[in-house]
Write a protein that binds this ligand. Structure first.
Ligand SMILES: Nc1ncnc2c1ncn2[C@@H]1O[C@H](COP(=O)(O)OP(=O)(O)OP(=O)(O)O)[C@@H](O)[C@H]1O
Ligand SMILES: [Mg+2]
Length: 378
């Protein structure tokens, strides 16, 4: 059957695109030109209903230069193999689970994969402790249900059901935050590739091209453990933290300049030194040791992820643009760093003070940063 019921979201298959004013355009809109260039250059076989071949999807994520000279910007910076495994999983009958600590680009990779494979990253279920079964299966338009009884017209399909019917990629964010019994709704979807609608005596069968990408946070483990029955339906890909400081600086610089452009902030390269400093501080505190390996440090309670480094630098750029001379300086990032490090006012404050006095104060060329940090702490 075709999926019935009113579709309250934008119908992306009609070709209608949101205006350029969207604060955060979807990946398939933000990178529409790259996707079109890849599709044009892509002469490799495409799995049924895929917009691109697996090779082109991987190139979209990792970046590269096409024969006609079009530059594809890297979206994910990390081991190529991870992306290849993720993409090829989507071409099988197994679903993909992206696992990792906070801020390792799970959501980001999931969105870009869906955009590249299906041209639509919006078939999304956001997992929370309150996610009901209807969010994964279907709900009802109660006015129609009461007036005419259960019918196709009264059915409100979930994003998963719509993806099944159209042979597209569905996304489930934060799978392990969803209560276990609701998670289990996915078992039939993933193993039988069907969603029964007992009220109508019908079912929606997944069309070829359907698959599902779920993300889950390592730190949430124990909130709602993934049942082993469900886990077996997924290929798990663990996204690591950036391996080297250079890789992390690269990620932060790229993302900050993208975000900055959409907010009309000054270009980040002006502040590359400051970005390096933010990344160094985050990595040292996260790993509990200084970069030279000489001094052991206590780690604060916050995660100090790459994602947070990106926010600190973006915040700093806004300060520099609106209240400074447009160049990112130590005083623009100090408050942001303090906010990210000191989550627990008592314990983290001590950790930060120790780090400031034992490491920052002594470090060559970091006097301005030390002073700026002392000032915001006062
Ligand atoms: N390896 C990486 N390559 C490219 N971007 C990255 C990388 N790591 C982190 N980022 C950036 O970090 C930001 C946050 O990532 P994202 O929200 O996807 O993290 P997450 O793993 O879903 O975190 P959470 O567990 O908190 O949901 C994104 O803007 C993304 O661009
Ligand atoms: Mg996420």
């Amino acid at each position: 059957m075709t999926v019935p019921g009113p579709d309250v979201t934008t119908d992306r298959t009609s070709g209608a695109r949101p205006g350029p004013q969207a604060l955060r355009p979807h990946a398939e809109d933000a990178f529409a030109e790259e996707l079109a260039a890849l599709a044009a250059a892509d002469d490799r076989p495409r799995p049924e209903r895929w917009r691109l071949s697996p090779w082109a999807v991987a190139t979209y994520l990792l970046g590269g230069t096409l024969p006609d000279g079009t530059v594809i910007t890297p979206k994910y910076v990390g081991p190529r193999r991870i992306v290849e495994v993720a993409v090829s999983t989507l071409a099988t009958d197994r679903a993909l689970l992206l696992l990792g600590v906070p801020g390792t680009a799970k959501t980001w990779v999931s969105e870009h994969l869906a955009a590249a494979v299906s041209g639509d990253s919006t078939l999304l279920v956001q997992g929370t402790a309150g996610t009901p079964e209807e969010a994964i299966r279907y709900g009802w338009d109660y006015a129609r249900l009461l007036a005419h009884g259960p019918s196709r017209e009264a059915l409100v399909p979930s994003p998963v059901m719509r993806a099944m019917a159209r042979g597209m990629t569905a996304r489930v964010e934060e799978l392990t935050r969803i209560p276990a019994d609701v998670q289990d709704t996915l078992i039939t979807v993933l193993s039988e590739k069907t969603l029964p609608i007992p009220e109508l005596g019908e079912e929606v069968q997944a069309v070829r091209g359907f698959n599902l990408i779920a993300t889950a946070n390592d730190r949430d483990r124990g909130v709602n453990e993934l049942s082993s029955a469900l886990r077996r339906r997924f290929n798990t890909v663990v996204l690591p933290l950036p391996a080297t400081p250079e890789a992390e600086v690269d990620i932060v610089t790229r993302r900050v300049s993208q975000i900055g452009r959409s907010l009309d902030l000054p270009a980040a390269p002006d502040g590359i030194e400051e970005i390096r400093r933010v990344v160094t501080v985050f990595r040292e505190l996260r790993e509990g040791v200084t970069e030279d390996g000489r001094t052991k440090l206590k780690s604060p309670s916050g995660t100090l992820s790459t994602a947070e480094a990106i926010s600190v630098v973006t915040g700093g750029l806004a300060l520099a643009a609106h209240f400074g001379d447009g160049v990112l300086r130590a005083s623009d990032v100090a408050a942001g760093i303090l906010g990210a490090v000191v989550r627990d006012p008592a314990a983290d404050q001590v950790v930060w003070q120790e780090y400031l006095e034992a490491v920052v104060r002594e470090r060559e060329g970091w006097k301005d940063f030390y002073r700026a940090c002392r000032e915001v702490a006062a």
